[in-house]
Design a protein around this ligand. Structure first.
Ligand SMILES: C[S@@+](CC[C@H](N)C(=O)[O-])C[C@H]1O[C@@H](n2cnc3c(N)ncnc32)[C@H](O)[C@@H]1O
Length: 276
């Protein structure tokens, strides 16, 4: 793993996701979904359906059902856990570093039984050893500065034989150019991450057996193509100048993100691992 220009702290990351909650809601997804979609092809532009498909694929790969007790790490606005509870009948907890997003998740969940959201970090989880049958996460763990520590925490809170199923951003190569550093990494306070192979090694070192590791960069390229277009369109009708500028800057970054994927400086993968 190599770091880009900055080493971000958990506070930097939490502040960023607190400060951008409302902006993201205005153009990305009004219910707070903030993860990569799984698209049916290049002409599929339905982000919301694609994002839900990612959740369903992960639920199926993880084998989540009525008897599962699931932790969603980096749950953001809570959509994934709520979807899992509604569709598969599981119980669960969501944990996120952003207090703003946890507050949104609690409101979104309403009085649904069996699910709860907490403000906290993947590196210091407020749960007893062996609490969960499954730990899931979508596009969040790349942001943790001390990744071995979060892996150890996931391992600790899973019961033996429990399943860790997640999607995450990848850093396929060591050397990252200035444009990718600015538009992909620094933009979201990301210091650096693993390649697909490096991730598997890190998980094995943390006591997991790898069941699945899949490179899905075409889907993250399509996600940013579709979202860049949406941001550009929304900017045209947004009266607030600061919000408009943010959307236009994001839209520009979306083009750069796709170019970074083509250069091998950015990627996305889905992993399923079992606690030994
Ligand atoms: C790209 S968003 C994804 C949110 C959510 N998983 C979804 O699918 O919509 C990344 C989330 O990870 C959270 N996060 C980053 N670092 C974290 C940490 N150390 N512990 C817990 N959550 C963290 C951020 O606050 C943010 O809500």
């Amino acid at each position: 793993m190599s770091l880009t220009s900055h080493v971000y702290t958990e506070k930097d990351v939490g502040d960023f996701f607190d400060q951008t909650t409302q902006t993201y809601l205005t153009f990305w997804d009004s219910e707070g979904v903030l993860h990569t979609g799984y698209f049916s092809g290049d002409d599929d532009e339905d982000y919301r359906a694609a994002a839900e498909r990612t959740s369903d694929i992960m639920a199926a790969e993880a084998g989540i059902g009525e008897t599962s007790h699931v932790l969603d790490v980096g749950c953001g606005c809570g959509n994934f856990l709520i979807h899992l509870a509604d569709r598969y009948g599981c119980r669960g907890e969501g944990l996120d570093l952003s207090a703003e997003r946890v507050a949104f998740a609690r409101k979104l969940a309403g009085d649904r039984p069996g699910i709860a959201f907490r403000h906290g970090s993947a590196t210091r989880m407020p749960y007893e050893d062996g609490s969960f049958t499954h730990v899931v996460s979508q596009d969040a763990l790349f942001l943790v500065p001390d990744k071995p520590r979060s892996h150890a925490e996931v391992n600790r809170v899973l019961r033996p034989g429990g399943i860790f199923a997640f999607s995450d951003f990848l850093q396929p190569r060591e050397d990252i150019g200035e444009r990718a550093r600015k538009h992909v990494y620094d933009r979201v306070r990301w210091g650096g991450g693993y390649s697909l192979v490096g991730y598997q090694r890190a998980l094995e070192d943390a006591g997991f057996e790898i069941l699945l590791a899949r490179n899905l960069e075409d889907h993250i390229r399509q996600t940013y193509r579709v979202l860049g277009k949406t941001a550009r369109e929304r900017a045209e009708t947004t009266p607030d100048a600061a919000a408009r500028d943010w959307m236009l800057a994001f839209s520009e970054s979306c083009g750069e993100i796709q170019a970074a994927i083509d250069r091998g400086e950015f990627g996305w993968g889905v992993f399923v691992a079992r606690r030994r």
